[in-house]
Write a protein that binds this ligand. Structure first.
Ligand code: DP6
Length: 357
């Protein structure tokens, strides 16, 4: 029987940008995010009569394999599997595709290997070992991921702090460039840690930014939430710009979209932006203002297209079927092992027959 699951992307308003432990993939500071609804990763898993596992995925095979290894170790279930992972939005372009894909994979593996009986914190641990930010896609609404202090991360847990209804927000992703970014988050964080003079200061300010963001939510104050989100995002990018060699994800369209958001806000339209490890700009606003923002962002030079989503309570979940709008999930393995992003449609036997497991 084939099992299906999906998980949405999540976007951090107070960012995770550094690790206190790379082996367990533990963040240096806590982060705060919004869970989306329509930008999702879909996973289909079917049992195979014998190995090796078969994969159809894009994204980072190493990360996916780590999640599978953790799931197998916890469940003591080594059933060979055919696993398809498909994003229904651009991958590797700073739209948090690794968060949704690792969350969806961890969630689906729990269904396939353990009938969905694994505690959520353990599923979150598997997801975290694939990609730190993936933890947040397992929870609805406005999500706090606490860094914790435990060396093995037992207190590094995420939880939903507010439902989406606390402050209804639409999200418009301004796609400036949807190609895979030149340097991934994991590597970029390491370079910042090793070379950026503002790395430590960013983490020092984080606790205060988090307190401000939580207070803004509590008081349903969009302006305050927007202010801290933009400040935190720009502080993270300043850390990158000061790394050696500098990491600059911004493109002309990024600057233009920021200028549009600032101009509209000046005119009284409530909205704010945030940007992750890529050139694309995410704009958040109350739903009533989406049409006006859409009009302005559509005509912003350098913005190639817009994607629409909203903050929602629809976190990772089981699905009944593969969605009709995506290519069929069943592929037979054809390509050898890849250690970098591979485009769909594609299937790989991973690890290849005969390789060490
Ligand atoms: C800029 O979760 O992709 O999106 O744990 O190394 O896989 P790894 O990093 P990842 O980093 C996300 C960074 C960010 C900010 C955020 O989502 O908090």
């Amino acid at each position: 029987m084939t099992l299906y699951a999906s998980a949405p992307s999540n976007i951090a308003l107070v960012k995770y940008w550094g690790k206190r432990n790379t082996q367990h993939n533990l963040p240096l500071t806590s982060s705060f995010s919004v869970t989306l609804e329509t930008m999702r990763t879909w996973v289909a898993i079917s049992p195979l009569s014998d190995g090796p596992d078969r994969w159809a995925l894009y994204g980072n095979p190493k990360k996916a394999l780590r999640v599978l290894a953790e799931a197998r170790a916890f469940t003591h279930n080594s059933q060979p599997l055919a696993i398809s992972i498909h994003n229904d939005f651009p991958s590797g372009a700073g739209l948090a595709s690794s968060a949704s894909s690792m969350a969806a994979l961890a969630f689906a593996l729990d269904l396939a290997l353990n009938d969905g009986n694994t505690p959520r914190t353990e599923v979150a641990r598997w997801a975290r070992l694939g990609s730190g930010s993936a933890v947040r896609s397992l929870y609805p609404g406005f999500v706090l991921w606490e860094a914790g202090l435990d060396p093995e991360g037992r207190d590094c847990i995420a939880q939903s702090r507010f439902p989406a209804s606390q402050l209804p927000l639409d999200l418009i992703a301004c796609v400036v460039d949807d190609r895979t970014k030149p340097i991934g988050s994991t590597q970029a964080m390491e370079r910042c840690r090793d070379t950026s003079p503002s790395y430590a200061a960013f983490h020092t300010r984080n606790a205060d930014d988090l307190r401000r963001a939580l207070h803004a939510l509590q008081t349903q104050n969009l302006e305050a939430l927007g202010q801290v989100s933009e400040e935190n995002c720009l502080a993270m990018h300043a850390v990158m710009h000061q790394a050696q060699p500098p990491i600059d994800y911004f493109q002309d369209g990024t600057h233009a979209a920021i200028a549009t958001v600032r101009a509209l806000r000046q005119q009284g339209l409530p909205c704010f932006f945030t940007i992750d490890a890529g050139p694309n700009v995410k704009v958040l606003c109350p739903p009533a203002h989406t049409p006006a923002l859409r009009e302005a962002l559509e005509h912003t030079t350098g913005v190639t297209r817009l994607l629409f989503d909203r903050v929602s309570d629809s976190a990772a979940r089981r699905e009944l079927a593969w969605p009709a709008h995506l290519p069929a999930h069943a592929h037979s393995p054809t390509t050898p092992l890849h250690t970098h992003a591979i485009p769909l449609p594609n299937t790989t036997s991973f690890p290849p027959t005969g390789a060490a497991r």
